[in-house]
Design a protein around this ligand. Structure first.
Ligand code: PHE
Length: 469
């Protein structure tokens, strides 16, 4: 046995921890939980408007390619790391390296990134509650698109309302994560992700009956490559990583709850395909509505909070459609945010030996505080000059910061798995329980060369190295 391989032998204490660790209740349970983490605000909020701004079908095509060449291989790498170590993000890197090695910094970075992103994530997801209430009270009835847009701006200025929904959303998350892996996260993700697909199929079928459906299909199927700038290419890559929940330690943590008999390659491919399928369904649901009512796909960030609420008002059964849509948004967001909360909870449990209860409460308290500036930034109550100084509002800045951390976390994960881990042990970690063992060679190639190269390109773009393009 090679020396590096010996590193895979857990010390006694680690074995005890691994024994106590909960594992996924079923294969389907894990697939739905991982797919739930993947399908979130990135898929429902970011992807449609970014796709609209960047050439529609051409963008989706690239998004598909990156999903398969970079996203899914990295997804497998994170699961491999987590399952082999049976530890959270920080512990996973520490497990395979010498004491005090700087590799655990990568684990800490992912915890930090997930907290930063949760800060804005819970606020934006909370807006969904606001829009469900608006739909139920029918208060947009008969309003113009300008009035509906202005109502969103007014809502953003209302710090108290933003905090109210943020707290409510966070409380729902805490309740789920407190339930533990099987009775909390897995149980609720199974229910929410499967209902998400049902509602999504229902709404897409509804869009099928609208006049704009053919135009939307054409828009998606006949890509306009002239709109595909180099920046858009790189955006497709970073979005592929984001929507697969990579680079934040989530899949390392979820992988640590897998058993030797679980099939990592197969599960990863299923989740990757489900995530892509959901993205297409969301586009097929949103764009027919947008086209039918004379809007352009490039409506920008306000697409789902300004344009869509107006569109919903025009269609028959508007209350059902809009409540359905915003419930979908909340379900998608909850199953993603619980996965990020679990990253930090698992670390507190692993490293500090805290109870789940204490770990959840401390994590949620931190997320609440980190989210306050996003909740209040629209009102100008905090950082009134932020945008003038940093060029972006607070939400945009934190989102940008977490993009950086995501890219770096993803890159180092590729390097760690592709170059630092011992080959024999890695092969075993990948193939254990799998029917797709033959994929090992291709996967290793992708994780050593293709994925890091792609991620380095994204980092260069974030660093404005392609400004001349
Ligand atoms: N994949 C989620 C989405 O699309 C976001 C996410 C990123 C969740 C990273 C967990 C970790 O919204």
């Amino acid at each position: 046995m090679s020396a590096a391989c010996l590193k895979f032998q857990p010390i006694e204490k680690r074995v005890n921890m691994a024994e106590q660790r909960e594992h996924w209740g079923s294969k389907l349970g894990f697939i739905l939980t991982a797919a739930g983490s993947a399908i979130g605000l990135g898929t429902m909020w970011k992807l449609p408007y970014i796709m609209g701004q960047n050439g529609g079908g051409a963008f989706i095509l690239l998004f598909l390619v990156f999903n398969f060449l970079v996203g899914i291989p990295l997804f497998m790498a994170e699961l491999v790391l987590g399952r082999k170590s049976q530890r959270g993000a920080v512990g996973s890197f520490a497990q395979f390296t010498k004491e005090g090695s700087s590799w655990s910094i990568i684990g800490w970075m992912s915890v930090l990134a997930s907290i930063i992103i949760l800060g804005w994530y819970v606020v934006v997801a909370g807006w969904g509650f606001n829009y469900i209430l608006i739909a139920l009270s029918d208060s947009f009835h008969g309003k113009s698109v300008e009035e509906i847009g202005a109502a969103f701006d007014l809502f953003r200025k209302s710090g108290d309302l933003n905090i109210l929904w943020q707290v409510l959303f966070l409380a729902a998350n805490a309740a789920i994560v407190l339930g533990g892996l099987n009775k909390g996260i897995e149980y609720w993700s199974k229910i929410m992700t499967s209902s998400l697909f049902v509602v999504l199929l229902g709404l897409a079928a509804y869009s099928f009956t609208l006049d704009g459906f053919t135009k939307a299909v054409e828009y998606i199927l006949y890509p306009d490559f002239s709109k595909l700038t180099p920046k858009a290419v790189l955006k497709a890559l970073s979005l592929a990583l984001f929507t697969l929940s990579l680079g934040y330690g989530v899949m390392i943590t979820y992988g640590s709850y897998m058993q030797k008999s679980d099939d990592i390659p197969q599960t990863s491919i299923i989740v990757g395909v489900a995530n892509f399928f959901a993205s297409i369904l969301i586009a097929l649901m949103i764009f027919p509505m947008v086209f039918t009512y004379g809007f352009e796909p490039q409506e920008g960030e306000g697409l789902i909070f300004k344009t869509l609420p107006y569109v919903f008002e025009q269609v028959p059964g508007s209350i059902i459609v809009s409540v359905g849509f915003f419930t979908l948004l909340i379900f998608a967001a909850v199953t993603s945010s619980v996965s990020m909360i679990e990253v930090s909870v698992a670390n507190f449990i692993d490293l500090k030996g805290w109870s789940r209860r204490k770990s959840v409460l401390v994590t949620c308290a931190i997320v609440f505080v980190v989210g306050l500036p996003t909740a209040l930034s629209g009102s100008g109550a905090v950082f009134p000059h932020w945008e003038a100084i940093f060029g972006k509002d607070f939400l945009g800045t934190t989102d940008g910061l977490s993009d950086w951390l995501l890219s770096l976390g993803a890159l180092f994960t590729c390097i760690f798995v592709g170059y630092v881990l011992d080959l024999d042990a890695l092969k075993q970690a990948f193939t254990d329980g799998s029917k797709l063992q033959k994929l090992f060679g291709v996967w290793r190639f992708l994780i050593r060369y293709v994925a890091p190269a792609g991620i380095i390109l994204v980092i260069c773009q974030s660093a404005r190295l392609f400004e001349m393009l």
